[in-house]
Structure formats: C-alpha cells, structure tokens
Design a protein around this ligand. Structure first.
Ligand SMILES: NC(=O)c1ccc[n+]([C@@H]2O[C@H](COP(=O)([O-])OP(=O)(O)OC[C@H]3O[C@@H](n4cnc5c(N)ncnc54)[C@H](OP(=O)(O)O)[C@@H]3O)[C@@H](O)[C@H]2O)c1
Length: 251
C-alpha cells in the first residue's frame, strides 16, 4: 500500500539532490508534488523527469519578494496541502575569519530566513493532520572546522522546528527535522572549492561519522517519507539524524 496516497506535498529546492530524491519517492508513494527551485531551467528539467504528478514553481528562497508570493503560487495549483519539506539550502565551508558579510547574509537568507518565511507562507495551507519537515545538518551538534556560518544557519532551523511543533499542534500539524550527515549530492560542487579540496573535505568528513561513508540522497528521502506519512503520527518536535555525528573526534 502506498504511504502517501492522495497527499499533496511541497518540497523546496527539489531540482537536485535530497529534494529531488524525496520528490521521486513521494510520487512513488502516491503523492502529487510541487517542487521549487531558483532556476527555471533546472526546475523545468526536474519536473519533466518526475512526470505528471509533479509541478514546478520558480521561487528563490533567498529573496523576500519571491517568498511572499509563494502561498498564492502554491494555492493556484493545490488549494490545500498535506506536507511541506523545507529543504532548499546552500552550504559554505570556509574558515571563520574568511566569512565576509555577503557570505553570511546569503547563507542566513537562504537557509534560515528562507525556511522561516517559506513556512509562514505555507503552513496556513496545511490541512489538519499535516506534516512539516525541515532539513538541517548533523554539523549543528558538533564542532566542525569551516562550518561556522553553515552550522549556525541550520541551528536556527532546528530551533524553529521545536517552536512550530508547539504552535501548530492545535491544528494537529506535526513538525520534525532531519539532520543528514554527508550525503552525495551536487551541493559539494557548488561550494566554490576545487575537486582536490572537495575530495579532502569529503574524506575528512566521512571519517568522523560512525558508518564512515557518504549516504545517498535516497537514504535521506526515506527519513522524510517516514516523518511525512502516518507512520510517524505521534512524532512531533523531534529530529532524525541520518548518520549520527555528535561524537566528532577531532578537527
Ligand atoms: N549533501 C549533504 O551532505 C547535506 C548534509 C546535511 C544537510 N544538507 C542539506 O540538505 C539540503 C539539500 O541539499 P543537497 O545536498 O540535496 O544539495 P543540492 O543538490 O545542491 O540541493 C539543494 C537544492 O536547494 C536549491 N536551492 C539552493 N538555494 C536556493 C534558493 N535560494 N532558492 C531556491 N532553491 C534553492 C538548489 O537549487 P540550485 O540547483 O539552483 O542550487 C537545489 O535544488 C540543504 O538544505 C542542505 O544544507 C545536505
């Protein structure tokens, strides 16, 4: 039996990586899905790949004017929704002293402010019994060199999930987070590092988590499915770490 039969879901930042893998799984499990992304061509390509149960909205999570029209744009496709997966995000890994104001603002605008106002726009469309899932990172729980602004931006996301779990409980809406460990997605190619630096970074990161490998986007999608489906009907205000790393050992 399909776990999301008849459900309507919105997944932000789903033209690639974890968002795209989650959209594929949700559709396989019977949902109709709206994906968002900031690039029209990438969104169009992903919708084509996902098939007729997918719709695309071009919306930049780092731009307030885009965020403020999101509710209307979603309502034009689905009058109400069951699931929001606030997944859109960027990762910047740089030594603390090299984080300038523009990098700080861009990271916080997309990863923190973007999630905040995405949810402010979309939670009014959620039906009773709906589910919200936020995408954070395991790096929130452990010091990791060069992750200062990224981890801080995601720490706020985890905190937001706790507050919203309480505020939305009256409508029987559950709010939970996923904190992935290192997952093989295009995010590493977008960090502005050369291939050698990416490989060194990736090797270091995976040696610091118990399973000592990169996960697949589909492995995070399965956690998102659990938290979005009735299988987690009494789970709210919680966090699933997809590859634990509160036990980071060294720099
Ligand atoms: N991969 C990991 O190891 C890992 C670990 C922990 C947490 N995460 C989190 O997981 C989430 C998904 O990342 P991913 O690894 O799947 O990377 P990804 O493949 O780069 O996916 C990120 C998605 O978010 C979109 N996005 C970025 N900025 C956006 C904006 N301003 N407005 C709208 N969409 C935007 C990207 O679009 P573009 O294609 O236009 O960039 C892309 O579709 C992120 O929040 C990330 O922080 C990832």
């Amino acid at each position: 039996m399909q776990k999301l039969k008849g459900k309507k879901a919105v997944i932000t930042g789903a033209n690639s990586g974890i968002g795209l893998a989650t959209a594929k799984l949700f559709i396989k499990e019977g949902a109709e899905v709206i994906i968002t992304g900031r690039n029209a061509t990438s969104v169009e390509k992903a919708v084509e790949e996902l098939g007729s149960n997918a719709h695309g909205i071009v919306s930049d999570a780092g731009k307030m004017d885009n965020l403020l029209t999101l509710q209307k744009e979603v309502r034009d496709i689905f009058p109400s929704i069951d699931i929001v997966f606030a997944n859109a995000g960027i990762a910047v890994f740089k030594p603390f002293e090299l984080i300038d104001e523009s990098t700080y603002d861009q990271t916080m605008n997309i990863n923190t402010k973007g999630v905040f106002f995405t949810l402010q726009q979309l939670t009014p469309l959620l039906k009773e019994g709906g589910s919200v899932v936020l995408n954070a990172t395991i790096l929130v729980h452990s010091g990791f060199a060069s992750a200062s602004v990224y981890a801080a931006s995601k720490g706020a996301v985890l905190s937001l999930a706790k507050s919203l779990a309480v505020e939305l409980a009256d409508k029987n809406i559950r709010v939970n987070s996923i904190s992935p460990g290192p997952i093989s997605t295009p995010i590493y190619d977008k960090m502005g590092m050369d291939q050698e630096a990416i490989e060194a970074f990736a090797n270091d990161l995976q040696q610091k988590i118990p399973l000592r490998r990169f996960g697949g986007a589909d492995e995070v999608a399965k956690a998102a499915l659990f938290l979005s489906s009735d299988e987690s009907s009494f789970v709210t205000g919680s966090e699933i770490t997809v590859a634990e790393a509160r036990i980071l050992i060294s720099k």
